[in-house]
Design a protein around this ligand. Structure first.
Ligand SMILES: [Fe+2]
Ligand SMILES: [Fe+2]
Length: 194
């Protein structure tokens, strides 16, 4: 097998080519994932945007509180990255973080992160003319209380400049462990068969 495929159009590829490419892709993706996520977190350092901490500190504080509260590793990691979608999708940041986490964490944790933006609105939507109870549309969800808890304990209260948050280095082993898990969702080609 050559180190590169011979073609320039995917339509010309063979099974052998795609098995070769999939192996390279998976290895590369897994090797880079942790660093890429911490890079996103670092992109939120600096501007506090009027709050008393920047968004990276907010995220580390969220994860630290979750860890110290004895939450499962995957929730700690989810807390650490719950706002990284801000960097590339400021108007739908919750969905971005949820999709990043989805293959490696439970349905519950994915749901909590996917809906945290709306649930967080309980604390401020009414000040902007919105409905603070907008989250109530999900009252029937088995994950409603968990999401409300997440926002109460690990999000709305994580803007304290005096809190002694853990560092990225402290979290790295947990992040690597969670993102080394077998994908719960499978690869793209498997998803398309569902
Ligand atoms: Fe958020
Ligand atoms: Fe947040």
């Amino acid at each position: 097998m050559a180190e590169q495929v011979a073609w320039t159009a995917m339509a010309d590829g063979t099974r052998e080519d795609y098995e070769f490419l999939s192996g390279l892709y998976e290895g590369h993706a897994r090797a880079c994932l942790t660093d890429s996520l911490f890079d996103l977190l670092a992109r939120m350092e600096g501007p506090t945007l009027g709050y008393r901490v920047d968004r990276a500190e907010h995220s580390r504080q969220s994860a630290t509180r979750a860890l110290r509260n004895g939450e499962p590793d995957e929730l700690v990691v989810a807390a650490l990255f719950h706002d990284v979608g801000d960097v590339v999708a400021p108007h739908n940041h919750s969905a971005i973080a949820a999709e990043i986490l989805a293959p490696y964490v439970s349905e519950e944790t994915t749901w909590v992160i996917r809906h945290h933006g709306l649930f967080q609105g309980y604390y401020y939507f009414h000040h902007l003319g919105g409905d603070r109870d907008a989250r109530d549309r999900y009252q029937e969800s088995p994950f409603f209380e968990r999401c409300a808890w997440f926002c109460q304990e690990y999000d709305q209260n994580c803007f304290d400049p005096d809190y002694d948050s853990l560092t990225d280095a402290d979290f790295r082993p947990l992040v690597e462990a969670v993102f080394s898990r077998q994908s719960r969702l499978g690869a793209d080609w498997e998803l398309d068969q569902a």
